[in-house]
Design a protein around this ligand. Structure first.
Ligand SMILES: Cc1cc2nc3c(=O)[nH]c(=O)nc-3n(C[C@H](O)[C@H](O)[C@H](O)COP(=O)(O)OP(=O)(O)OC[C@H]3O[C@@H](n4cnc5c(N)ncnc54)[C@H](O)[C@@H]3O)c2cc1C
Length: 486
């Protein structure tokens, strides 16, 4: 394998000097993503401006057998964009153009580095926006959203990134440029788009993304309800959904998360609340009015001690400010914390929250809970102080035990933050060897050299020449001359 640094000269002729970084201090800027526990300094960083340049970089890597990792804004929380020490980090922050705002067809075509919120801002004057709204939407890129299949508060009603991407231009790990899907929905044949969205940069690099634009709702109403505890708040969530109301978002925060948000952004949530719910409805004015009244009634019937209705956009923004800043806010009440991401069926929420509280009491590790309550996507924030001997290790154990709880209740080890480097070790808890082999076969079909973001997603890195698991020897159809091995 050629040393990645050996490619610097060749890449400078393609990208120009300024777009190839070899200086160690500058390389260190890219040593981690939003999960700062893991740090690796890449051998080389490149900042391409066009698809052609991305393809040229990937072709050079493929020819030399050098691994590469794509990076958008680096806000990922699972170490997905963690660099490879002997590899090239391909950063898309210089590919930030909205190429086509096709309002008539309700589509936009964007470069991968476009910031999520910027796309909505461009579409808004036309009466449209881009619906998936991660809390990091002011900084995260659409390319990163595609790779992580990102969600957000309003994905309860509108669906995740995968429901909004209709086409991708992809640079394959061999450096070929291919088009998958387009502006029209539901292309026939295998759903390759479905395989690519959420593939965490292991199947190639998205260089253009075609997305749906969603019409801005006629009316939006938001309430903040305070409850004595998470049990009663959880009961309100179930009651609202059981009544057939489909809120755009239902978000919950527990007492510790409220304390942190209050300390950081002074959002003015009701003092002494054991839990708060933010419930937002949107759509045609008459529907929203009717269903909102029902949601408000159900909150009170479930034990809400106070219900506030946002009188205007400013008050709505204040309700959301506490929720959207919750991860960072926890820094106000603890020097260190782990942002966990797991899913449970909505009905299991109260039970799982009680078990998390028990774990916290047993270990002395505080856990603040913030979550997308409507779809059972938990974000426990596990607090620790590095200065206390053994506390970070205990926090790590609590964090892992929470994922076990999610699996025990029929859930998942990640809802929206991806597997990346951090959760690869948990994959065998959720999938058996055959499941993982099947996923590896897909990866090998795209990336036979295993150079596209290696070491992520899968617990045991395999070379694609190795035939995984029980798929050993010549395939019977090939032996019979009925099929051909490519
Ligand atoms: C405060 C905070 C709040 C957050 N809230 C949410 C939330 O509500 N919902 C949610 O889903 N996530 C959330 N996240 C996580 C994160 O913002 C998302 O995962 C986001 O999609 C990452 O985008 P990025 O541009 O930062 O990607 P990066 O972190 O740069 O990369 C993420 C992954 O995408 C790959 N990648 C990047 N660009 C490309 C490309 N062009 N082609 C192929 N692969 C690529 C990388 O290799 C890596 O595997 C939050 C993060 C923070 C810090």
């Amino acid at each position: 394998m050629v040393d990645a640094r050996g490619l610097a000269g060749q890449l400078r002729t393609v990208l120009g000097d300024a777009a190839v970084i070899t200086d160690r201090q500058r390389l260190r800027t890219y040593e981690c993503d939003g999960l700062a526990q893991y740090k690796v300094t890449p051998a080389l960083v490149v900042l391409p401006r066009t698809t052609g340049q991305v393809a040229a970089v990937v072709r050079a890597c493929a020819a030399a057998g050098v691994p590469f990792v794509a990076r958008g804004s680096g806000t990922g929380l699972s170490g997905g964009a963690l660099p490879h020490a002997d590899g090239v980090l391909i950063v898309t922050s210089t590919m930030r153009s909205v190429l086509d705002l096709d309002i008539v067809n309700q589509r936009a075509v964007v470069e991968p580095g476009v910031i999520n919120l910027h796309l909505s801002r461009e579409a808004l004057p036309h009466g449209y926006y881009y619906a998936p709204d991660p809390s990091s939407q002011q900084v995260c890129s659409i390319g990163g959203n595609v790779a992580e299949n990102s969600g957000g508060a309003h994905c309860l009603k509108y669906g995740f990134t995968t429901n909004h991407v209709t086409g991708l231009e992809l640079v394959t790990p061999a450096g070929d440029v291919v088009q998958v899907g387009g502006k029209a929905p539901d292309a026939p044949g295998y759903d390759l788009l479905g395989a690519l969205v959420g593939s965490e940069g292991t199947l190639g690099i998205a260089t253009k993304v075609t997305v749906r634009l969603t019409r801005s709702p006629e009316a939006v109403s938001t309430l903040l309800a305070a409850f004595p505890d998470t049990d009663r708040a959880g009961a309100a969530v179930s009651a609202i959904i059981a009544a057939g109301v489909v809120p755009a978002a239902i978000e919950m925060m527990d007492a510790l998360a409220i304390e942190a948000a209050e300390a950081a952004v002074h959002c003015g949530y009701p003092p002494g609340a054991g839990a708060v719910l933010i419930v937002e409805l949107d759509g045609p004015g008459a529907d929203v009015e009717h269903e909102f009244a029902e949601a408000e009634r159900l909150c009170r019937a479930s034990g809400a001690t106070e219900v506030r209705v946002a009188a205007d956009d400013a008050e709505r923004a204040l309700f959301w400010k506490g929720r959207k800043s919750a991860f960072a806010a926890v820094g106000r009440i603890s020097p260190g914390y782990i942002v966990q991401d797991g899913v449970v069926p909505r009905t299991a929420l109260p039970q799982v929250l009680r078990r998390i509280a028990q774990l916290s009491a047993d270990t002395g590790i505080r856990v603040a809970n913030v979550f997308h309550a409507g779809d059972g996507n938990l974000h426990p924030l596990v607090l620790f102080d590095d200065a206390v001997p053994g506390e970070s290790a205990r926090a790590e154990e609590v964090s892992g035990a929470i994922l076990d709880l999610c699996l025990e209740h029929g859930g998942s080890i990640t809802g929206e933050h991806g597997v990346g480097a951090d959760k690869a070790r948990y994959m065998p808890r959720m999938f058996d060897a055959d499941d993982l082999d099947t996923m590896q076969l897909v990866r090998c079909a795209f990336d036979p050299q295993s150079i596209s973001n290696p070491g992520k997603v899968f617990p045991t890195p395999r070379l694609c020449g190795e035939r995984p698991g029980r798929h050993q020897g010549t395939h019977p159809l090939a032996e019979a001359g009925v099929a051909e091995v490519f």
